[in-house]
Design a protein around this ligand. Structure first.
Ligand code: 9D3
Length: 265
């Protein structure tokens, strides 16, 4: 059972997303538990103050440390009573980059994970000093807070837990195809707006289909994300398929639109 406790000033934002899709089914099955806590509930003043102006001046507001300390302490007491440990995650732009490997590590974690969502200009530095949270960035762009990153962490991690996804085969294929982009998918009908389906996919020849898909995955990766092929040791088969891709060049049968190259309708 994977457990997340999310500390946020915007609990509705979390709950709205958690109430949907695969994650809802995983929770119904008892494989995942996500609890959302409003930091406002851990204030002690009449106005339930969660933020204040920055010492030294400047724009914006800073999240107060005390409500965060209280919330974490409450969760620590609860975990201790149940013989469990906490792992405190803190989505921030300066954190360690979140990757598939990072998600895999969280998915096998036996701790309860607490995710602290920052908002406004930031969080009082004493939260870092006292709690040493694990800072995680989800990419090099600026968001308005840690709520969307928290949902990204939960989504990417949960789907790696056995039984949470409908089809265990898709996870297995993912680990084989590790760090390659996808091959193209087609479904019925066989012709859409004059566009057909590659013959091989209609051939019933499973080995030919496997090789075609593998080659398309290598092609997509080679042209769109060559960084993913750097320092990667290829099997003899992959090397042969990639040699074909390179020999054929960009113009060959890639069924994907190149970046920004989509046809206008
Ligand atoms: C507007 C304040 N910025 C000063 C240069 C710093 C800043 C603080 C807080 C910028 C963004 C945020 C809110 N973002 C997150 O909390 C966040 C985030 C992100 O913005 N990008 C990528 N990953 C993450 S994880 C958390």
């Amino acid at each position: 059972m994977l457990r997340f406790d999310v500390l946020t000033l915007f609990p509705d934002m979390m709950s709205a997303v958690m109430g949907h899709s695969i994650l809802k089914r995983a929770r119904d099955k008892g494989l995942l538990e996500v609890r959302v806590h409003n930091l406002r509930d851990y204030t002690d003043d009449r106005h339930q103050t969660v933020d204040d102006v920055p010492y030294g001046g400047g724009a914006g507001m800073v999240m107060k440390a005390e409500p965060i300390f209280r919330a974490v302490e409450a969760l620590e007491r609860e975990a201790f009573a149940q013989g469990e440990r906490l792992r405190l995650l803190f989505p921030t732009p300066q954190g360690r980059p979140f990757t598939h490997e990072y998600a895999q590590q969280l998915a096998t974690e036996r701790c309860r994970m607490v995710i602290l969502c920052g908002h406004y200009e930031g969080v009082d530095e004493r939260v870092r000093l006292a709690l040493s949270p694990e800072e995680i960035s989800i990419g090099d762009y600026v968001l308005t807070g840690g709520e969307l990153p928290a949902l990204v962490l939960i989504d990417a991690t949960s789907r790696l837990v056995p039984g949470i996804l409908g089809d265990p085969q898709s996870l297995k294929e993912e680990s084989f195809a590790d760090s390659l982009l996808e091959y193209p998918h087609y479904t019925r009908p066989a012709s859409v707006r004059g566009l057909g389906v590659p013959d091989v996919l209609l051939s019933g020849n499973h080995e030919a289909i496997r090789l075609w898909r593998r080659k398309q995955a290598l092609r997509n990766t080679y042209f769109r994300r060559p960084d993913l092929l750097k320092n990667r040791i290829l099997t003899v088969e992959d090397q042969r398929l990639l040699d074909e891709v390179i020999r054929e060049g960009v113009v060959a049968t890639s069924t994907h639109n190149r970046e920004e190259g989509g046809r206008r309708l």
